[in-house]
Design a protein around this ligand. Sequence first.
Ligand SMILES: [Zn+2]
Length: 419
Amino acid sequence: MSPFLSPMDVQFLGGAREIGRSAILIDDRLLLDFGMDSGNPPAFPIGDVDPEAIVVSHGHLDHVGSIPTLLSGDARPPIHWTPPTYDLTMVLARDTLSLHGGTYDCPFTEAELARVTEVSETHGYREPFHAAGYEIMFFDAGHIPGSAHVLIDDGETRLLYTGDFHVDGQQLLAGTTDRPDADTVICESTYADTTRPPRAEIERTFAESLRTTIWEGGTVVVPAFAIGRTQEVLCICEQHDLDCYVDGMGKRVTELFLRDTNSGFLRDPGLLRRAKGNARFVDGRDGQRERIAEQNTVIVTTSGMLHGGPAMTYVPAIRSHPVNKIAMTGYQVEGTPGRDLLDTGSAELDGRVQRVSAQVEQYDFSAHADREGVLAFLDDYRECEVLINHGDRCEAFAAELQKDGFDASAPALGSTVSF
Ligand SMILES: [Zn+2]
């Protein structure tokens, strides 16, 4: 007999009607994700939590950035995730510590970070495990390596938390095809109002554009997020015979994905290995970056939105010549230098507003399902209660789903839904 006679209470502590700081608390004892919004100023999940266990969907900052804070004082709740998610969390947390340690922008200490390893429990896809009294299973979400849909079963109710997901294939991953049975679904909606061309078409246009600049004697800087995007671009360069350099945190993440414990989460580890072999890794010593920026080549580097990182050396170095190109590979958030550059042709780089004469282009290599993808996914859950989160217009999308016959809503930050 199930010990759970009461309904399941789901409280939204972050990522509700917003993107960033994802955090969901089940029955006051099981925490799903605990992210941070790296905006200026950064934002963290609301409220004080003291969970019995934590389950993590995937290793992006907005889902894992605040996790070490859960290990302050005597608290040692187990953290359940896939091996890549564990490794990515450690890389991101060390980066946050080294950039912001001791300030409000870093909510945890070195000691708390060290404890993450002590409480980590890794699981593969479709391997059931128990946490805080629930039976839980991960399914491949097709977003980044190790990303998972999380199915939580209390013996009476099955809750499916999609996390971030993609239904179309990428270089590193196949799209999600798992549709586990559930009673309630919490579904992300990041790109639920976007329709994008097929990925292969975007990749072809991107590769042709890079090749054109190389033929014309220019340099291409490709700002790319370290996790997933950098490796996607390296794979595209390898497949299109484009020589490239890679710089920034994406180098470490490439190595991490190829570790024995993680490579099984890739669609084709051999492809990423060849892509790594095709790319030259930059260590940045002795003016190496300035010399590379003068070459007729492609440079893949963080940060993806031009906040910082080695892009702060490359972009100023190539910006004055119109034969050069800056090829953005993702959405640029309002207020970031990347967005300013697209909108105005200038951006504040390294503390100085700089005019850019080089060509600026943008390509949508998103790792999220677009509108058709989200709707195709949800079509298998027409009989379920659907809770929409992780988006800029969650309420509007939930209203559209209602019109289409779904029992859908978009819970507010701080609210609790019971079922
Ligand atoms: Zn994500």
